[in-house]
Design a protein around this ligand. Structure first.
Ligand code: AMP
Ligand code: ZN
Length: 495
């Protein structure tokens, strides 16, 4: 069964096929780098990452573009307040975005592009719209898109704009959700604002033109998938369609994918409500990046994800359960031979995981399949029914799982440590919780260091040098490493 995706444009779940052979061309709206990204932003970026990873696992080649919005009203305002250039201001937050994406194991797109590197091409795009009569210049040197010239306006957001006021204008990038207005393509220079000299005069681009120009530059006039959070449907994506289709006369995007907005403890996230969290906030409170990723992935993208701290604790337990299961497979001694029932469980789980993701990226269904496998195989292992030949079969299923979910590899400690270092350089020591400090410690020893100490520990026990073995155990514990005695010998894990 091929991938089924809900297309906001058609309002239906559709079978996905790329426009060109096995190449998928995909654009996802990226961050506006005026601050650290919050968990709502990363919910959407993780949805895009899930789609990206699953397309690759399904055998497609991928050309994925993400923009960085590094000039907009908020950026200009904040940079001016600090008396720094737009470039200096955004540099820090671009870097922070990449670090947070890495912490959450979000893969980099093939093209990560800055708006400010494409200003001349955006101006050229607008010149093309003027030539075709879709854009007009106002006295101050700004340019607007004439919505009345594009009768299909509203087709994505399913809004009926008949009877709208021709020529009514708005120059902010986000506007009243039920009102169509001619929107700004280009903003005339204002004193103290960043501006560029271009073929259509001085000024700076509006937000919407950015995504039209950069997506078509890298992906062509018509491409497969365009994704973002549901708040972008109107006006941002509606405007992108208008600009792009007006210029080319061709359908802009085949499938529009929108992630539902995340709530925090049942409420809309807002700084004023005190329920606003960045990825860094959560790490400094003592939560692992893998727990955050797991929680943000566990709810299918069209369902409302209600982020709660109970949910985060449950996510941590789920990741722990999966990691322990993998460790058990890797470190236990199983009897020779293979058990066909276990082999069947592995095969069924792999198929059901894929079927779940094919089903409009139903991550909950895929997770259900994996946890069923963990429960059944753990029970079989307790009863001595798992055989040596089953181990690679089961590990292969976990590998397929990891290609999408990316939570099994245990590098949390190193990531937490990096966040702690950052907090120190920002003077935020008082925000580092004791749990975070404890977790960061576990990164002080590399895997090789630990292996070495574990071997010495076993040797000391063999020679009955208990003073030495106890000292090593204490040293490991001090660094967040737990030694466990199992019937198959000693194994270790990070806290
Ligand atoms: P921004 O940095 O504001 O341009 O947003 C970057 C991405 O995050 C966009 O795709 C938004 O739709 C998305 N986004 C913002 N807030 C939330 C939220 N609460 N839940 C899910 N996605 C969000
Ligand atoms: Zn965009």
């Amino acid at each position: 069964m091929p991938l089924q995706l809900f297309n906001t444009l058609s309002g239906k779940v559709e079978e996905f096929h790329p426009l060109e052979d096995d190449l998928v061309r995909m654009y996802a709206c990226g961050p506006t780098v005026y601050d650290y990204g919050h968990i709502g932003n990363f919910r959407t970026f993780i949805v895009v990452d899930t789609l990206r990873r699953f397309l690759k696992q399904s055998g497609y080649k991928l050309k994925h573009v993400m923009n960085i919005t590094d000039v907009d009203d908020k950026i200009i305002r904040n940079a001016a307040a600090l008396g720094v250039s737009v470039q200096d201001y955004t540099k820090k937050y671009k870097q922070a975005f990449l670090e947070d994406a890495d912490a959450l194991n979000i893969q980099h797109p093939e093209f990560l592009v800055n708006a400010t590197d494409h200003i001349q091409e955006m101006a050229h795009f607008i010149a093309g719209l003027v030539e075709k009569g879709y854009a007009y210049r106002t006295d101050d040197g700004s340019y607007y898109f004439r919505i009345a010239k594009f009768p299909e306006y509203g087709k994505l957001s399913k809004k009926d704009f008949a009877g709208m006021n021709d020529g009514a204008r708005v120059d902010v990038d986000e506007y009243d959700k039920d009102n169509a207005r001619d929107f700004a393509l280009w903003k005339a220079p204002k004193p103290g604002e960043a501006q560029w000299e271009t073929e259509i005069g001085p000024g700076r681009p509006g937000w919407h033109i950015e995504c039209s120009q950069m997506s078509m530059k890298y992906l062509g006039e018509s491409f497969d998938i365009h994704a973002g959070g549901e708040d972008l449907i109107f006006p941002h994506h509606e405007n992108e369609i208008a600009q792009s289709e007006a210029l080319t006369g061709k359908p802009f995007v085949h499938v529009w994918v929108h992630a539902r907005f995340l709530l925090v403890e049942g409420e809309k996230m807002a700084k004023s409500a005190g329920n606003f969290f960045t990825v860094r906030d959560l790490i400094l409170m003592g939560h692992k990046p893998s727990s955050i990723r797991f929680l943000l992935m566990s709810v299918p993208y069209r369902k409302q994800l209600n982020f709660t701290f109970d949910g985060l604790t449950q996510a941590a337990n789920s990741v722990e359960r999966l990691r322990n299961f993998k460790l058990r497979l890797q470190t236990s001694q199983f009897a020779d031979g293979g058990n066909v029932i276990i082999a069947e469980i592995a095969e069924r789980t792999s198929a059901e995981m894929r079927a779940g993701l094919d089903d409009d990226l139903n991550t909950a269904r895929a997770l259900g399949a994996v946890f069923d496998m963990v429960r059944d195989v753990n029970a079989a292992a307790d009863a001595g029914e798992v055989r040596k030949a089953n181990v690679p079969q089961l590990l292969r299923v976990l590998e397929e799982f990891e290609e999408i979910f990316a939570v099994l590899k245990d590098d949390d400690a190193a990531k937490v440590r990096a966040t702690v270092e950052w907090a120190k350089t920002e003077g935020l020591e008082n925000k580092i919780s004791p749990q975070t400090a404890e977790l960061a410690k576990a990164a002080a020893l590399s895997d090789a260091d630990v292996e070495q100490l574990v071997a010495e520990h076993s040797q000391a026990r063999k020679t009955r040098d208990f003073a030495r073995s106890d000292a090593i155990r204490a040293q490991l514990a001090e660094n967040g490493i737990i030694l466990e005695n199992t019937k198959d010998g000693v194994r270790w894990r990070r806290k």
